[in-house]
Design a protein around this ligand. Structure first.
Ligand SMILES: C[S@@+](CC[C@H](N)C(=O)[O-])C[C@H]1O[C@@H](n2cnc3c(N)ncnc32)[C@H](O)[C@@H]1O
Length: 540
C-alpha cells in the first residue's frame, strides 16, 4: 500500500503581495495581494509556482525548471523564468517573465526561498533528460496508486459523451441528485461548491440552480471541453461555474469549499476507487465543518439461493468437457474454465425473494473516513437462513445518503427498488452450502484494492452447526470464492422470472436441459434500451 507521505503536498504562502514586473512597466495595475502556492502541474508533472489574488480575479504562474530567484530586500524576492511561446505559423520564441514577491516577515521570506529551491529540485519538466538519466518526477497520490494504463482507459471512457449520457439517463440516479440538491437549497445558496469529477458538469449546474455563489467543477478527462460548452450554453448558471481540468489529487483551487458534490460510486460502491479521490478532495478543498453530498454510503449484503444462475454459470464451462473437439481432448482445461466463470461477480437485477435472510450492511462515512480505509475492507458476516435451501452465494448492493440540512435523501440500488445502471452484484460460490431454516450462516467479505482501479473480492461463507449441538458453535461446511470486481459478468439481457424455492426444479433436471436458462426476455424496469445495450461495455 502507498504511504501517505510518499509525495509532497503543495506549499502555500497565504499572505503575499506580488506583481508582474514586465506588465507593471506598462500598467501600474498588474499584481496584487493573495497567496503563492508551490505544486506540480497536473498534466505534465512539472513544478510550478502559482500566484492567486485574494478575490481570485488574478492568477499568474511560472514553471520552476528554468526559473531563478533573486533577493531584492529583507522580505522581497524576484522570481525570473524563461518561457517559450508557440504561435501558429511562427517559430517558438523565448522570453522571460519576472514576478516580484513580498512576504510579511523575514521567517516567511526564508521559508519561501527554501520552498522555491526544494520544488525546483523536485519538479523539472516531465521527462527532461539529465546527465545521469531522466528526472524522477514526484507522483501525485493518484499516480502512485493507479497503473497509468488503467487510468488512461478510465479517463478515455469518461471522456466520451455516450458514457456520460448513460449516467444522465439513469433517471433514478440523476433525479435523486437533483431532488437532494433542490430540497436542500440552504446548503447551496451563497456557498462555494466543488464538484468532484464533474463529467458533463450536470451536478455543478444543479448546484448553481440551487443558488451556489461559485462552483469549481474539477474533471480529469477530455469531457471538460463538452462541459465547458454545456456551461457556456447555460449562461445564467454558467457564469458561477469554473471548470478546472485535472485530477482532484493535483489541481489547486483558489478558495475552500462549503460543500462538495460528487458521484463517485461504482459497482459495489467502491469499484473505480473514485471514493478515495472524493475523500482526498475533502481533505484538500473542504472548509472545516463543510458538507458532503453524498455524506455516507452503505454496502448491503445477504445470502441468496438461485439454482438457475448457478446452473447457467456451471454450464458455461461444459464446453471444456468435450473429449473430441476436432480430435482434441479439451477436458484438461475444464476445471480452470469452471474456476474462471466463478471468479466473475454477476451484475444483474434480481428478484429480492431470492434472498434467504435479512441483509446486513457496512457503513462508509465519507466525512470522517481516511482514504487508506478504502484500501482494504474486511466485513464480518452473520445471517440466519429463513428457509431450508442451497445457498449459492452473497448478493450485494449499496445506497448513499444526502444528509441535507432540510431533507435527508437516500439513493438506493437495492433489489426490488427501481433499477439503476449499477444493478446489483452477486458473488456466486462454486460449491453451494446446504442450510436448514433457522440455521446460522457466518463468514466474511474481504475487499482488497488494486492498482487497476478495482478490487479483488475474497468471500467465505460457512453453515454453522444446527439443531442438537448447535450451542457448541461448530462449522458444518465452508465455501470460499475469489472474484475480480473489475471483470464482472453482465447478465442483463433477460429479466429474471422469480420461481419460488419450492417450485425450483432440482439441479439434476436443470442440467439435463442444457443451459438451464428459463428467463423471460425483456428489459429491467426503469432502464432504457440504450442502457441495456451499452451495459456490456460498462465499466462502473
Ligand atoms: C461517475 S462520473 C460522474 C460525472 C458527473 N458528476 C455526473 O454525475 O454525471 C465520474 C467522473 O469523475 C471523473 N473523475 C474520476 N476520478 C477523478 C479524479 N481523480 N479527478 C478528477 N476527475 C475524476 C471521471 O472522469 C468522470 O467523469
Amino acid at each position: 500500500m502507498a504511504s501517505a507521505d510518499m509525495f509532497p503536498s503543495a506549499d502555500m504562502f497565504p499572505n503575499v503581495s506580488f506583481s508582474d514586473v514586465n506588465a507593471a512597466a506598462a500598467s501600474q495595475e498588474a499584481g496584487g495581494g493573495g497567496k503563492a502556492v508551490f505544486g506540480l502541474d497536473g498534466a505534465s508533472g512539472a513544478a510550478r509556482l502559482s500566484f492567486v489574488s485574494t478575490g481570485a480575479d488574478q492568477a499568474m504562474e511560472i514553471y520552476l525548471s528554468d526559473a531563478q530567484i533573486f533577493k531584492l530586500g529583507r522580505t522581497e524576492w524576484l522570481c525570473v523564468s524563461g518561457e517559450t511561446e508557440a504561435k501558429p505559423g511562427v517559430e517558438e520564441k523565448l522570453f522571460s517573465r519576472a514576478i516580484k514577491v513580498v512576504l510579511r516577515t523575514e521567517d516567511e521570506s526564508k521559508a519561501f526561498s527554501l520552498a522555491f529551491q526544494r520544488w525546483k529540485q523536485l519538479g523539472g519538466k516531465a521527462g527532461e533528460p539529465l546527465e545521469n538519466g531522466s528526472i524522477m518526477l514526484p507522483k501525485s497520490k493518484f499516480d502512485t496508486k493507479i497503473e497509468a494504463s488503467s487510468a488512461q482507459m478510465y479517463f478515455h471512457y469518461y471522456g466520451q459523451l455516450l458514457h456520460q449520457q448513460n449516467m444522465l439517463q439513469d433517471f433514478v440516479r440523476t433525479g435523486t441528485y437533483y431532488a437532494a440538491v433542490m430540497e436542500n437549497r440552504s446548503d447551496f445558496e451563497g456557498r462555494v461548491v466543488v464538484d468532484v469529477g464533474a463529467g458533463s458538469g450536470i451536478l455543478s449546474l444543479f448546484a448553481a440552480q440551487a443558488g451556489a455563489k461559485h462552483v469549481y467543477a474539477v474533471e480529469a478527462s477530455e469531457m471538460v471541453e463538452h462541459a465547458q460548452r454545456l456551461i457556456s450554453g447555460n449562461p445564467s448558471l454558467g457564469q458561477r461555474i469554473t471548470i478546472i481540468k485535472g485530477k482532484v489529487e493535483e489541481v489547486e483551487l483558489p478558495e475552500k469549499a462549503d460543500i462538495l458534490i460528487s458521484e463517485p460510486m461504482g459497482t459495489l460502491l467502491v469499484n473505480e476507487r473514485m471514493l478515495e479521490s472524493y475523500v482526498i478532495a475533502r481533505d484538500r478543498f473542504l472548509a472545516p465543518g463543510g458538507k458532503m453530498f453524498p455524506t455516507t454510503g452503505r454496502i448491503h449484503m445477504a445470502p441468496f439461493s438461485d439454482e438457475y444462475l448457478y446452473v447457467e454459470m456451471a454450464n458455461k464451462a461444459l464446453f471444456w468437457q468435450q473429449h473430441n473437439f476436432f480430435g482434441v481432448d479439451l477436458t484438461p482445461l475444464h476445471s480452470s474454465a469452471f474456476d474462471g466463470y466463478f471468479s466473475q461477480p454477476v451484475v444483474d437485477a434480481f428478484d429480492p425473494r431470492l434472498l434467504i435472510s435479512p441483509p446486513t450492511y457496512h457503513t462508509l462515512d465519507f466525512t470522517k473516513m481516511k482514504e487508506e480505509d478504502l484500501y482494504e475492507m474486511d466485513i464480518p458476516l452473520s445471517f440466519v437462513s429463513s428457509v431450508g435451501t442451497r445457498v449459492h452465494g452473497l448478493a450485494c448492493w449499496f445506497d448513499v445518503l444526502f444528509d441535507g440540512s432540510t431533507v435527508q435523501r437516500w439513493l438506493t440500488t437495492a433489489p426490488g427498488s427501481p433499477t439503476t445502471h449499477w444493478y446489483q452484484l452477486r458473488c456466486v460460490l462454486a460449491q453451494p452450502l446446504y442450510v436448514m431454516a433457522g440455521q446460522e450462516i457466518t463468514g466474511r467479505l474481504h475487499l482488497v484494492a488494486h492498482s487497476a482501479q478495482s478490487y479483488t473480492i475474497y468471500l467465505t461463507l460457512s453453515a454453522k452447526m444446527w439443531g442438537v449441538g448447535a450451542e457448541q458453535g461448530g462449522i458444518l461446511q465452508t465455501s470460499t470464492a475469489k472474484l475480480e470486481l473489475k471483470e464482472p459478468y453482465y447478465r442483463l439481457s433477460q429479466t429474471q422470472q422469480y420461481i419460488p424455492q419450492d417450485q425450483q426444479q432440482p439441479l439434476s433436471s436443470l442440467q439435463a436441459q442444457g443451459s438451464g436458462q428459463q428467463m423471460q426476455d425483456g428489459l429491467s424496469p426503469g432502464i432504457t434500451v440504450e442502457q441495456e445495450r451499452d451495459s456490456a461495455a460498462f465499466t462502473r
